[in-house]
Ligand binder design. Structure first.
Ligand SMILES: C[S@@+](CC[C@H](N)C(=O)[O-])C[C@H]1O[C@@H](n2cnc3c(N)ncnc32)[C@H](O)[C@@H]1O
Length: 278
């Protein structure tokens, strides 16, 4: 099978090396700044013991494992992902006794394999960015959430990437050029509250977290290397130029002057109707 869309997360299983993409989710999940902003977002959504929580686009299960700790032994956590390989890996990483209440299913967020009002909370963490019709995804998440339940979305926003580099013009060209060719909406994060309101949800709130790295952690390094590869692929810069660009980051790390930040927007809304669990 050949991948046609430039965003590899649209169709993980169609990529040349699906495991590499899935491993990068685990790498990101372990990165301290990312773990902090992900867990802050889950606290903002207000996940409580004994709740039934759905995560759409669960990937390797980084968020499922965090949510399992919050809902405890009386809760239930369900992950859905359209990638067969991601589902297999998430199942194996959620196999321990502490994750007994976690199940993972193959499925598309646009047509969830669940009846209406089944969950207390539905989440999509860095998924809206990757889907063709974000509004349809949020509407479908609202369908499977009970009245009074919450829908929580978290997404990065590539319009907010700030990174140190001596060649600012080249950095802007690569960052903006690559993101605009891969994603329909590179500024996905800032649109999340609007998507929740358009889906008819109440009490929509926003909390912005900042990913921050001053050490060029493995996740950041992979992120910049992928930007460099794609810059060559899209004809934004040649291979020699992008190698020089990557070397510039390495030198900044050696001088202890490297900084990269990026906003992650977290938004939550409540489905109108009855406030008590069914
Ligand atoms: C960047 S990963 C995020 C994984 C996980 N939520 C996390 O934060 O680690 C995006 C995920 O969305 C999934 N995805 C892509 N299209 C989807 C769709 N239409 N419905 C549900 N999930 C989708 C991908 O397979 C991938 O696992």
């Amino acid at each position: 099978m050949r991948a046609s869309h430039p965003d590899p997360y649209r169709a993980i299983d169609a990529q040349a090396d699906p495991d590499k993409l899935i491993q990068s989710l685990e790498q990101r999940g372990r990165t301290r700044s990312h773990a902090q902003l992900r867990r802050r977002f889950l606290r903002f959504v207000g996940i409580r013991p004994a709740e039934r929580v759905l995560e759409v686009g669960c990937g390797s299960g980084v968020v499922l494992r965090d949510v399992a700790a919050l809902v405890g032994p009386e809760g239930r956590v369900v992950g859905v992902d359209p990638s067969r390989r991601a589902v297999d890996i998430a199942r194996s990483l959620c196999a321990g006794p502490e994750h007994r209440r976690v199940t993972v299913r193959l499925g598309d967020g646009m047509a969830l394999p669940f009846s209406a009002r089944r969950f207390d909370v539905a989440l999509a963490v860095t998924v809206v960015l990757h889907v063709a019709d974000p509004q349809a995804l949020v509407t479908e998440m609202a369908r499977v959430t009970r009245p009074g339940g919450r829908i929580g979305l978290q997404d990065q926003d590539f319009g907010t990437v700030a990174v140190t580099h001596p060649d600012r013009e080249l950095t802007d060209r690569i960052m903006r050029g690559v993101a605009s060719r891969i994603y329909e909406e590179p500024h996905s994060g800032r649109r999340l509250p609007g998507l929740l309101r358009a889906a008819g949800l109440d009490d929509v709130r926003l909390r912005t977290g900042v990913y921050q790295d001053t050490d060029l952690e493995p996740y950041t390094k992979t992120f910049l290397e992928r930007r460099a590869e794609n810059a060559v692929r899209f004809g934004i810069a040649d291979a020699t130029t992008v190698q020089r660009w990557l070397d510039g980051f390495t030198r900044l790390v050696a001088d202890r002057s490297f900084v990269m930040t990026m906003n992650f927007y977290g938004a939550v809304g409540t489905k109108p109707g009855r406030k008590t669990a069914q």
